[in-house]
Design a protein around this ligand. Sequence first.
Ligand SMILES: Cc1cc2nc3c(=O)[nH]c(=O)nc-3n(C[C@H](O)[C@H](O)[C@H](O)COP(=O)(O)OP(=O)(O)OC[C@H]3O[C@@H](n4cnc5c(N)ncnc54)[C@H](O)[C@@H]3O)c2cc1C
Ligand SMILES: *[C@@H]1O[C@H](CO)[C@@H](O)[C@H](O)[C@H]1NC(C)=O
Length: 463
Amino acid sequence: MVASLAAALPAVSRVAVIGAGAAGLVAARELRREGLRVVVFERDAAIGGTWVYTPATESDPLGLDPGRDIVLSSLYESLRTNLPRECMGFLDFPFSSRRAPDGGDARRFPGHREVLRYLQDFARDFDLYGLIRFRREVERVERDHDGRWQVDSRSVDEAGGDGGDESEVFDGVVVCNGHFTEPRIAEIPGIDVWPGKQLHSHNYRVPEPFTDQVVLIIGSAASAVDISRDIVRYAKEVHISNRSLPDEPPRKQLGHDNMWLHSMIASTHSDGTVVFRDGSSVQVDVIIHCTGYNYHFPFLKTNGIITVDDNCVGPLYKHVFPPSHAPSLAFIGIPWKVAPFLMFELQSKWVAGALSGRIALPTKEEMLEDVKAWYSELESAGWPKRYTHNMSNKQFEYHDWLAKQCELPPVVEWRNLMYEAAGKNREARPESYRDEWDDDHLISQAEEDFTKFLCHSSISSIY
Ligand SMILES: Cc1cc2nc3c(=O)[nH]c(=O)nc-3n(C[C@H](O)[C@H](O)[C@H](O)COP(=O)(O)OP(=O)(O)OC[C@H]3O[C@@H](n4cnc5c(N)ncnc54)[C@H](O)[C@@H]3O)c2cc1C
Ligand SMILES: *[C@@H]1O[C@H](CO)[C@@H](O)[C@H](O)[C@H]1NC(C)=O
């Protein structure tokens, strides 16, 4: 049973999008396609969010001080994508290596600048720049008595120009503020007396400052793998503390003479030693926390209806709509362990359709029931709360579910196969997966698909 939207909502016409990263850009495009009037608020002076590399780092290298000057991007200079470009791009804007013939980065796992260029081309080809208000930070989003949303923003013009504070009313708000800016830190016994230097991967840029140092990297995911390889060329020793490893003595990382894998840290001490759970210890100069990020919506005033608890944002129907405010408040990009751009695009199509009234949502009660069912599924699988939005083995199903809501066909098979093949390859060849692979047949399928698509499209600037 679905509720009649038309009866429940005033006509939606103006929608605010918060953020002009990949999620905000594709959301803006989809909302406009549905005939909605869109204003995108972007704190930065440029589009691209995460993909705008800056050598700048934050005043607090751990990123904990709430009063610090925030640097948005977490990119390091050497970063190359961890997904093959063909399955990383949007559905209908191929991120093919045949694009950018003029000095672009044609590698299958390109450097970060190529991704930014792709997003800039996307924004230009879909004429999105005119929708964006740059250097405006949304400070407050609150629902009025009549169900509309008041959006307060301030100018962040460095020159201190005019602009100032503004307050505007919108029918809908789509939150696309990203979730790789607010560091999450490991709790370590004794860290208060440990004399070394600490930083979070958010503030890691280049390896040279770690020359001849003994570096301990905490983390098990992509950034720990990449940053350890980046630094090991300069550092005296690199140690990785990986909570997925059993409490066993350290072992050398294959292929490296000065890199060791350890279990979790047991304690740290005032003489600079770090003791691991297996009893071994190392004298360490620097700890780098590659321990991920927290969701953070400092502007959202919803009287406790939407909360962030142990990295669970809730309640959210299908990770997108808070049932009590659906569809006028929506979140794009919450799930992780996904192919982000594709997911942003499908979520955006769903949100845009729901906001225009073309796609109906279930009732509030039904949505809440669905959220509860998801929570109990996680619980019976023994997953911690912080994994609520981890889509590792659910994302293909989730994408197809979203596509179905939008009356679109399921995601084309090569994308899923390629995503899986890349994951397996990354496990098997952590050092070289970006340059060696076994799925050329999938690249051919992707290119065939892209060519077919481009024949039926008005986009001309890609090849
Ligand atoms: C180190 C690293 C490596 C990654 N590698 C890959 C990869 O290889 N492949 C891949 O597909 N994905 C990768 N990702 C994931 C990446 O985050 C996504 O690809 C995507 O860029 C996220 O887009 P987003 O729009 O959700 O968020 P963001 O890119 O963070 O954009 C959010 C935007 O919102 C703006 N904003 C925030 N708050 C406000 C406010 N209050 N008012 C106004 N504007 C605001 C910000 O300025 C920013 O521009 C990586 C992420 C990281 C951190
Ligand atoms: C941590 O261990 C897991 C499981 O063995 C592995 O998949 C992952 O790549 C490791 N991470 C690092 C940074 O070594």
